[in-house]
Design a protein around this ligand. Structure first.
Ligand SMILES: [Fe+2]
Length: 418
């Protein structure tokens, strides 16, 4: 939830609303109705469900409390498309979202239009006060997060189809670009300020800004590449328990993990949103779990950075270069120090509230805070993250065995060695 808002007019927000909702539809332009129904695992939601859920979010949290004459599109949608807001009512079980052949995609698109009309009407009335504008802004940022999830999830869906269809035929092959040798920048320890600063929208989990202690350390000059990760595999990285956390070793044995999620067994080809492509050895390794990132770091005589070490290093970097709006949906090799918009970077920090963290009152307090246990913080955003979300304070979080997200990592070392 937004804890701080840019000063924005209803007219500006009306335009942003239309653009954001149109962007979602652009992302599905290449899909057929059959594609939008499939759920391949509990973490993956069908495209159709994403389209409806973000719409339900506006209906439930913006329109119903604030639009005097709004009429619900369909009462059943409150059950079908509530994600995890228990205080807002019961919901359809997450692992069963793929069973919803009805409502059809066409009906969901009608639902979107119904809500869009009411939202634009609301933004033109006196009811669109500062509180409502804040809710709309949150709803748009929420939809942008689901745009990222939609792409992440449809990639998994298509990867499970033996004919490996591309999601986008316009995805360009980036080619191989030279990268610097892996190196480290020394950072002096001290008390640093962590968390959101500035005037724009932020999520509650980025606040409050607070002080943290850094020890002297060194942080990697770029992300670990595919070629470097292949060296780890070929050196027996997945067969030597000494590199692995106990939970990680148990999982790779149980699930027979031997390479990143979308690599084939030759270690030469991977599935991308553009279909199967040769693996670029210089591009950042992607779709690895926390356990795999941690094991690689141990093999390399290093460790993962803490989220605070990452944030301090990232604050001196440019956030330019995110590609979602230009259909460039795969991490590439030519992005400098790669702090932003390539892959989400695993950190060694547990996802936890900052000192003084205050979730919002009401159902929207369930947005972030209730997940602050048993997950790891990731930073930086990926090549499918909305450009306007890319900032040094942005945090996301995943269970340590998650791999379907665009997840990679960089290394760090203590100042005295590894
Ligand atoms: Fe959501």
């Amino acid at each position: 939830m937004a804890t701080r808002m840019a000063d924005i007019s209803a007219a500006t927000l009306s335009t942003r609303y239309r653009e954001t909702r149109e962007q979602t539809l652009k992302l599905i332009a290449g899909l057929q109705p059959e594609d939008t129904v499939i759920q391949t695992m509990p973490d993956v939601s069908p495209t159709k469900w994403h389209l409806a859920h973000v719409t339900w979010f506006f209906e439930r949290f913006v329109l119903e409390p604030n639009h005097a004459t709004y009429s619900r599109f369909d009462d059943q949608y409150h059950y079908l498309f509530n994600s995890y807001y228990y205080s807002a009512g019961d919901m359809h079980a997450r692992p069963k979202r793929g069973l919803l052949s009805r409502p059809t995609l066409a009906r969901i698109l009608d639902y979107r239009s119904h809500v869009d009309t009411a939202m634009q009407h609301l933004l033109q009335t006196d009811a669109a006060d500062e509180h409502v504008l804040g809710l709309v802004t949150l709803g748009l940022n929420h939809e942008q997060q689901h745009q990222e999830l939609l792409l992440t999830d449809i990639k998994h869906v298509f990867s499970c189809n033996p004919i490996r269809p591309p999601v986008s035929r316009t995805l360009q092959s980036p080619g191989t670009t030279a990268i610097e040798p892996y190196d480290y920048t020394a950072v002096a320890g001290g008390i640093v300020s962590i968390g959101a600063c500035g005037d724009g929208f932020v999520f509650d989990n980025e606040t409050p800004r607070h002080e943290a202690l850094l020890h002297d350390h060194r942080i990697g000059n770029r992300l670990v590449s595919n070629g470097e990760y292949r060296d780890f595999i070929e050196d027996g990285g997945y067969t030597k328990a000494g590199f692995w956390l106990s939970d990680g070793w148990a999982i790779i044995e149980e699930r027979d993990w031997r390479r990143p999620l979308y690599w084939d067994e030759t270690l030469e080809s991977e599935f991308t949103l553009g279909g199967n492509r040769p693996i670029d050895p210089n591009a950042p390794v992607c779709h690895v779990s926390y356990y795999e990132a941690d094991a690689y770091a141990r093999w390399a005589g290093a460790r993962l950075p803490t989220e605070f070490e990452w944030e301090i290093a990232a604050r001196s970097q440019s956030t330019a270069g995110n590609f979602l709006e230009s259909n460039y949906w795969h991490p590439v090799a030519s992005r400098g120090k790669q702090f932003f918009g390539d892959v989400w970077e695993w950190t060694s920090s547990s996802y936890a509230p900052y000192p003084g963290f205050q979730p919002l009152a009401g159902s929207l307090g369930e947005y972030n805070g209730k997940f602050m246990c048993n997950q790891m913080t990731v930073r930086g955003g990926s090549c499918v993250t909305a450009a306007s979300h890319i900032r040094a304070s942005y945090r996301s979080f995943f269970h340590p065995d998650a791999r379907w997200q665009f997840l990679g990592f960089r290394l760090a070392k203590d100042s005295h060695g590894s």
